[in-house]
Design a protein around this ligand. Structure first.
Ligand code: 6GU
Length: 226
């Protein structure tokens, strides 16, 4: 998979992709992540990328031309399965979206800043808009890092223990059951007996029950059919 990200703050994306599982996925050739500095496509001597909004009001809007020029250049080099705009005014990311995106070949991600991008960019180039939750970040970079992390770990082969991604919280719309490791007794607090029993069908049942219990308690909304 190849992921291109257009950003006005590329430095924000240095660290998240250069550690741990995402780094290993890059090193092993499962994913190539390329960051593009929108400023390089800015207009005039000042490399302008934003302007005041028509109709008045506080806050700058990201201009069409720099973004259009950048997207068009990238699209001339490869075909993108999705051109994604990270913005708080969109549907929220969930595991289903991450699963779907993990099977794509080429993804282009545009991150917003200020008041966001001129609506015509969204109308013309964007095939999918994603928010990562109901709160506002200073820019879309951290949101893009979240999306990329969620997607890359699902690319087949990236996580060694295949089971591990399959039993994540949310993979079946359920939260994960509690987990324990040694010692079996910490200051009198004991690990549930069943987990020490070696009876694996029973352990599976226990974990399913706990997952359901936890979900009903903390995120009952996940149990509703939609
Ligand atoms: Cl994608 N961008 C920004 N700026 N804030 C957010 C977000 C995205 N998702 C949640 N909050």
């Amino acid at each position: 998979m190849r992921i291109d990200i257009i950003s006005v703050a590329p430095n924000l994306l240095d660290s998240p992709f250069n550690h741990s599982i995402v780094k290993r996925a890059k090193d092993r050739g499962f994913v190539e992540i390329v960051i593009h500095d929108l400023r390089e496509y800015g207009l005039g001597n000042y490399k302008q990328i934003d302007d005041t909004q028509f109709g008045g009001g506080a806050g700058m809007v990201m201009m069409i031309e720099p973004i259009a020029n950048c997207i068009r250049k990238l699209q001339s080099e490869r075909t993108y399965d999705e051109v994604i705009y990270m913005t708080p005014d969109a549907k929220t990311l969930n595991q289903g979206t991450a699963n779907t995106l993990s099977l794509k070949e080429n993804i282009l991600i545009l991150t917003g800043h200020y008041k966001g991008v001129d609506q015509r960019i969204r109308d013309t180039f964007i095939t999918k808009e994603i928010s990562i939750g109901d709160y506002v970040l200073t820019g879309g970079e951290l949101a893009a890092a979240v999306l990329v992390d969620a997607v890359v770990r699902l690319i087949p082969g990236v996580i060694g223990d295949e089971q591990s991604a399959l039993t994540d919280s949310f993979q079946d719309n359920l939260l994960s059951p509690p987990v324990y490791t040694r010692p079996a007794n910490f200051e009198g607090k004991k690990v549930p007996e069943i987990l020490l029993s070696g009876n694996f069908p029973k352990i599976d049942d226990w974990r399913s029950d706990k997952a359901y219990e936890r979900t009903a308690q903390i995120r009952p909304d996940l149990l509703k059919d939609d």
